[in-house]
Write a protein that binds this ligand. Structure first.
Ligand code: NAP
Length: 264
């Protein structure tokens, strides 16, 4: 079985960002959602802290990107950008979350299952944002029978189910897409308060731009793609001083680096 915590026994000669290592007992304790001493200082512990928001929701965004800021090739292929340790990390984040949220383009490109196949722990409710219902019901998560919600605009045409998944209609935001504050309210009202926004870039960027992420995990892989789908798409600034400066904690995930970024 598998787990993560900073390996404090790293030799001094290898000083640097802590590694996330495998440890069955610590992972089991985290799954009980009771942070303990071993969890302190590890990014999972923060996911278990009491959420400060009035509705009790905690929203974590995540992306794995190449060094040159791409989450997929131009043709939409994203497998193997990050290494196996990051994939395991992603499954653990699912296991600690009530809901995992992805955009329609990710379902179209990857046909993902979004379950916790690689670690012990429950699979979260899958939530797909598909404003205008462009997705076909043939995708695996719409007919494997596991809890799944499709979020679309109130005025989107079509039946109230897609395969075995239920539909949740959300008002459009005055800008573009769905009103994400309402998305979080509606999920929290269903008891889905630990919300993991797993991708892709547009979806994570929209939650970030709306000020709705409490935390962001970005994995950077030592890989150059040259072109492809960008990690972040955000309003630009004229001067670097106008940019949003962040703080982060750095962990090693195999050959990759994980940046754990508080946003609250
Ligand atoms: N490396 C990674 O960490 C990672 C993770 C996940 C996915 N991926 C890859 O990323 C690619 C897809 O990413 P992407 O950035 O192109 O797209 P995406 O975020 O997966 O999906 C974007 C689409 O989802 C819908 N959507 C998302 N947020 C919305 C909102 N607030 N309101 C309304 N609709 C919303 C919109 O659909 P409409 O345009 O129809 O309105 C939007 O165009 C795929 O190739 C996938 O393989 C990589």
């Amino acid at each position: 079985m598998l787990i993560a915590r900073p390996d404090l026994s790293e030799p001094a000669a290898d000083a640097g960002p802590p590694r996330l290592v495998r440890d069955e007992a610590a992972w089991s304790r985290l799954l009980t959602r009771v942070p303990d001493g071993h969890a302190e200082g590890c990014p999972y512990a923060r996911l278990l802290a009491q959420a400060a928001a009035v509705d009790g929701a905690f929203v974590l965004g995540r992306m794995a990107q190449s060094l040159d800021g791409r989450i997929a090739t131009a043709s939409g292929k994203s497998f193997w950008i990050s290494g196996p340790e990051d994939i395991l990390h992603t499954h653990r984040l699912r296991a600690l979350s009530d809901a995992v949220v992805v955009g329609a383009a990710t379902v179209q490109a990857d046909d993902p299952l979004l379950t916790t196949r690689l670690c012990p722990g429950p699979s979260p409710v899958r939530v797909v944002i598909d404003t205008n219902r462009r997705l076909a019901p043939t995708h695996r998560l719409f007919h494997d029978g596991l809890p799944t919600l499709l979020l679309c605009a109130e005025d989107a045409a079509g039946p109230e189910r897609i395969g075995s998944a239920s539909l949740l209609r959300i008002p459009r935001s005055p800008g573009s897409g769905l009103d994400l504050a309402v998305v979080i309210e509606r999920l929290a009202a269903r008891g889905l308060k630990r919300i993991f926004v797993e991708g892709g870039g547009i979806t994570v960027s929209r939650f970030l731009a709306a000020g709705l992420l409490d935390r962001l995990h970005v994995t950077i892989a030592p890989l150059l793609l040259g072109a492809g789908i960008p990690a972040f798409t955000l309003p630009g600034v004229d001067d670097p001083q106008q940019g949003r400066r962040l703080e982060w904690s750095v962990y090693r995930l195999g050959a990759d680096v994980l940046l754990d970024i508080p946003l609250g």
